[in-house]
Design a binder for this molecule. Sequence first.
Ligand code: LMR
Length: 391
Amino acid sequence: MLDRLDQQPPDALLALIKLYNADPRGDKIDLGVGVYRTGQGETPVFGAIKAAERKLVEEQDTKAYLGPEGDMGFVHALMPHIFGPDATNNGRIEGMQTPGGTGAVRLAAALAKRAGVGRILMGTPSWPNHAQILADLGVEMAPFRHAAEDGTADLAGLKAALANAGEGDALLLHGCCHNPTGIDYSNEQWDEIAALLADSPVLPIVDLAYQGLGQGMEEDAYGARAVLAAVPEALIAYSCDKNFGLYRDRVGALYVQAREQSGLDAILSNGATLARAAWSMPPDHGAAAVRLVLRDSAMTEQWLDELDQMRTRIRQVRSKLAEAGVAGSVDLRPLGIQNGMFAMLPVSKEQVQKLREDHGIYMAGSGRINVAGLTLDNLPKFIAALADVTA
Ligand code: LMR
């Protein structure tokens, strides 16, 4: 029976990690999967997380099971950072821990489906796993164009999609640092989106996976907060994988805003049964470390400093790319006004392959680059190679 299963291609992005590792060239450049890298090309554990982990080893006296909602101390400690001073919006927001941002997005979509959502509107291109999760859950995806030609967000595309949507639809938005384009809505555009959603039965789902890597922790929460302030109900899928550097520890959360505080229990009980059936309960270690960081003001400050340094470096690389202007047929200038780790270059699959084979430069087949893979040392090589393959 099992031999009926067809061979599936490996996940293209994750396969790149192996390809890169197997390349013996000393000057190869990894612009593939979204992990932050320092100016020396490293992805160190945050100092604040190391300190919290040491404390955890000292203080943790059991590893007995938690429930499907995971570490609620972690879930609550994050809330003021995501939602601001009124972190529960008058008691209407509550959450649960999930295995990474992927677990949060999956749970959000599954919960929406259980509540009657049959179709999710989504700006494309998007993170490839979004479409994969929806397909796996049997939820239809309705794509609209996310990026306009000038490298800014195509708000008209979103408006047209919303105008044709209704009851039983949800809208998946990237809260900040759009993956894969780096093209975010401006605050004014978020205000417009929030006002449109306020007058619409469409359920907003905000994927907030890169808070702090765009313009700052507060600034990057603008969109999610604007939407939550305007609408009765929403789902927020959150990831700590990037902004706490906890990638393989799988640390995320799903937050629910209910119409009324009294509605939260029933919604979250559905989240709990879905989680129980899928993964029972989320892994604890990384979330516990985040909780310790956020409950200690010195460690919180250290974490925010480390996050500042990451964001500053990403912005520096973006400025350098924008200053370079044009490389072959690629206009790099819009990268200066975009946010976060990712940018989409208008290169063909053949050009991506040539960059890999001829120059040892690894990026997603879509033309997405992780700008954090660039350093002052390897940037000239990257620009010259891009000029070479697109000339
Ligand atoms: C990425 O897009 O590179 C990251 O979100 C990692 C992943 O799981 O795809």
